[in-house]
Design a binder for this molecule. Sequence first.
Ligand code: ADP
Length: 421
Amino acid sequence: MSGRIGVVGGGQLALMLAEAARPLGVELHVQTPQAGDPATRLATSTVLAPLDDPEGTRSLAARTDAISFENEWLDLDLLASLEADGVAFVPRLEALRPLVSKRQQRELLIRLNLPSPRWIPLDEVLISPEPQEAILAAAPRSAQVQPSASLSASVTPTAAPPPPRLPEGFDFPLMAKAATGGYDGRGTQPITNSEELTALLQRVDSADWLLEEFVAFDQELAIVACRDRSGTVACFPVVETHQHQRICDWVLAPAAISQAVQARARNVAASLLTALDYVGVLSIEFFFGPAGLQINELAPRTHNSGHYTIEAARTSQFAQQVRIVCGQPLGPTDLKLPAALMVNLLGYESSSRAYKSERKALSALPGASLHWYGKLGSTPGRKLGHITLALKETDPARRATEAARRLKEVRALWPLPPEKA
Ligand code: ADP
């Protein structure tokens, strides 16, 4: 295989794409703001530019045949003129359009009749059928509309604003989410009462947030799906994910779920990719519980829940994305190990240490593959690397016990970040 591909982004996903591109004989160039960003170490070349700088992307296009992304919070209008000038984006900007904000994702899922938690735009809280005084008093200044002269005469803002009212059918607890820019739990906040809701309304621009029902799930699941240029779809096995303080902590592959749930997840993925005419790798995060499978989030790129594929699948998600961007057919997506446990190495302190002794000890664990991203500095919750452990058990109950035992070995060497106050 040969080719020259560009990636807008230079973090760990771009780094692992570069690692996959090398043995395939494919050049991989990145656009990233800092010379020390993880992918710059392995990229064929780097365009040093902010991710939202279209001129940077134009330079990237000049040295590549097709461009892909590491992050979905894109300003597509800035990129549209490049596409019009013949720059090949994979996926196409049109396929990304419904995916670049959580709100647009939710609207897409409703259009496609795919299951997801019930939600409302946060600004609908403000237009609940309250007396006009209460609405204005409860609204943050940024969201207040200047009252008309006749209305202002009758409005007397009160010192203690009445609590904001939720629309019919919604109750606490709720989950508030920023429509764009959120990742690793940033921009996601549980709201358990009206005081917290009032505080949120005062803190954020409600036009950019949504509120959704709090889902009582039994498990969180994820699937990485891929579609090539000829429209062929393939999926990696469904995995179980576990979050710590809303950040992915570990992933167990494959998930202990029935064939029916596995098939349902694959059907949802195939419907989505085909409906969007999407070309590339895309991941879907699900809640699974009494309400069945519900889609939490779509990530139109390689994803943390698919890192285990580097060691455990016949083609990794990264090699798959490189193949697709180069116009090649998909590689096989089945596992070549009985199972695998991927554990994220999240920063647990603020430090500039290189963690050499910890890395050495982690690498020495049996069946372990350590991936260290080479980021400059640790902060609590920052993804500094991950480790994948090959598991031996095929029986789901025994596999769960084996995974719990192996997780303890990792924890003994690499603690979790402290609980936030
Ligand atoms: P991010 O985009 O920052 O990763 P997510 O929307 O994926 O944020 O949420 C992070 C985690 O928060 C989820 O994996 C889940 O554990 C929890 N979470 C998110 N939404 C809900 C919800 N509606 N109900 C219950 N838990 C939720």
